[in-house]
Write a protein that binds this ligand. Structure first.
Ligand SMILES: Cc1cc2nc3c(=O)[nH]c(=O)nc-3n(C[C@H](O)[C@H](O)[C@H](O)COP(=O)(O)OP(=O)(O)OC[C@H]3O[C@@H](n4cnc5c(N)ncnc54)[C@H](O)[C@@H]3O)c2cc1C
Length: 433
């Protein structure tokens, strides 16, 4: 297993497939100024910086490690226009008609907005907009998940389709599932290539992006904030913290206790023979099913099946995952035989108690969001312009998410420790009809 240069994470498939990142340096020592300072060069930070620069702001973006070295460069690359658990009616029940429907609309349009952004900036990231599919693994899940989810999105104007077992078999190349639904605006990308392409677009728009520049604290200074790295300061009128599941107390006290971290493992097979490749997901859709212990996969451009899973214990994860997920893939797609995996890596997700994204006003002029709950590619990118608007003074009433105070997950340390055990519960539920 090859190790990542900056961390103890194993190297991802995307580190080998993405075009090189634009050249960046660390923030030079001394004092700097900006209208908007963005912290974190993942999808959220990059999209925020790009949008704020597009609205005429002078933007500095500081990244602790490299572009996309958080969740954005490590994920499965599925561009999914819905949340992992909360459906539109639930979002509206939790947030009220105004904010709830506004967030539902943002999520509904998020995949299309992502692919439009990729086309507008001509980002080379192997973007494939051939739809996102959620097949149902039991007849009960067709009734309880696929049908209501399809119906709720259809009512909100999403171009969704309800699929019977034959239609799902035609799209997946497997008769394992019992039906499902599909949103044709979804798809998949090489996520690290997308992050690097967004960085290039942001820099072309005038964003001063510095990598290897961890923020170690910030304090109020006059009308703005003085943000510190080891060797330099930036005096900024507004700050957007886009550190998500990689955020720590050092950036803002209590930030990392407003969500629970979860580790997700990703894997890529060796390139499959052409005949096998063409028999699995023949129209190159991205797929995540109704299991709580999620079954998901998509192809990369070389015909590698990119999948993964979760584990309760992380000891010896590589051989255990290869066995567990290899058996899973062979069950779903017997034509694959015994798959061999060339890559296994992992990344961290931020989970919130209510499974919803939250946007927080940490203090006057400092905002953040947390709670991707496993769906942050399209959502993080779609939230960029929202965070830019909020930073540049949009009225809270005009934003699709409420700007709330920072929450705290009760008994956070315990919640973080028991989070992986939720998987046991999910597996038990998955086995029910
Ligand atoms: C393994 C995995 C698979 C996933 N698969 C999917 C998927 O297929 N589809 C989907 O929609 N979502 C998926 N997700 C979720 C999605 O990847 C994330 O929600 C999304 O990438 C978050 O983007 P972000 O920009 O908000 O945060 P990140 O990409 O995590 O970026 C945060 C950045 O902040 C930086 N940072 C932290 N501290 C500091 C500091 N002090 N100073 C400066 N910078 C700092 C970090 O280095 C990091 O680069 C997956 C996540 C993981 C981990």
């Amino acid at each position: 297993m090859t190790q990542h240069a900056q961390s103890d994470s194993p190297v991802s498939l995307w580190a080998d497939t993405a075009p090189a990142a634009p050249a960046t340096d660390s923030l030079p020592s001394g004092e700097h100024r900006a209208d908007v300072l963005v912290i974190g060069a993942g999808f959220t930070g990059l999209s925020t910086a790009l949008a704020a620069a597009g609205r005429g702001a002078d933007v500095v973006l500081l990244e602790a490690a490299e572009i996309g070295s958080g969740g954005s460069g490590l994920n499965n690359g599925q561009v999914i226009p819905c949340l992992s658990r909360a459906d539109p009616d639930e979002i509206v029940a939790a947030r009220g008609a105004g904010k709830g429907e506004a967030l539902v609309a943002l999520i509904r349009d998020s995949a299309q907005a992502t692919f439009d952004l990729i086309r507008r900036h001509k980002i080379a990231c192997d973007a494939v907009q051939n739809g996102w599919l959620q097949p149902a693994h039991t007849p009960g899940r067709v009734e309880r998940i696929s049908k209501p989810r399809f119906e709720q999105w259809r009512r909100r104007g999403a171009p969704v389709e309800l699929l019977d077992q034959d239609a799902v078999a035609a799209l997946t190349g497997s008769r394992y599932w019992h039906g499902g639904w599909r949103n044709p605006t979804g798809g998949h990308v090489d996520p690290l290539a997308l992050a690097r392409g967004l960085a290039r677009a942001a820099m072309d728009a005038g964003v001063r992006l510095h990598t290897r520049s961890p923020v170690i604290g910030m304090e109020r200074a006059g009308e703005g904030w003085l943000v510190r790295t080891d060797a330099a300061t930036v005096l900024a009128k507004r700050v957007v913290i886009a550190t998500n599941a990689y955020g720590t107390d050092r950036v803002w006290p209590g930030l990392d206790r407003s969500w629970v971290p979860m580790r997700s493992y990703q894997m890529a097979t060796s390139p499959l023979p052409d005949t096998v490749r063409r028999s699995i997901l023949p129209s190159d859709t991205a797929m995540s099913d109704t299991h709580g212990d999620l079954y998901f996969c998509r192809f990369d451009r070389r015909g590698r099946l990119v999948t993964g899973g979760a584990l309760i214990f992380d000891r010896d994860f590589e051989p255990r995952l290869k066995r567990r997920i290899g058996d899973r893939m062979a069950l779903l797609f017997p034509q694959i035989g015994e798959p061999s995996f060339d890559y296994v890596w992992h990344g961290q997700l931020s989970m919130t108690e209510d499974k919803l994204p939250h946007m927080h006003a940490l203090a006057e002029g400092v905002i953040t969001w947390v709670g991707c709950n496993g769906r942050g590619v399209a959502l993080g990118i779609a939230l960029g312009p929202v965070l830019a608007d909020a930073a540049l003074g949009a009225a809270p009433a005009d934003l699709p998410l409420p700007l709330t105070e920072l929450g705290r997950v009760p008994a956070h340390a315990l919640a973080a420790r028991i989070a992986p055990w939720m998987l046991a519960l999910f597996r038990w539920r998955d086995a029910q009809a």
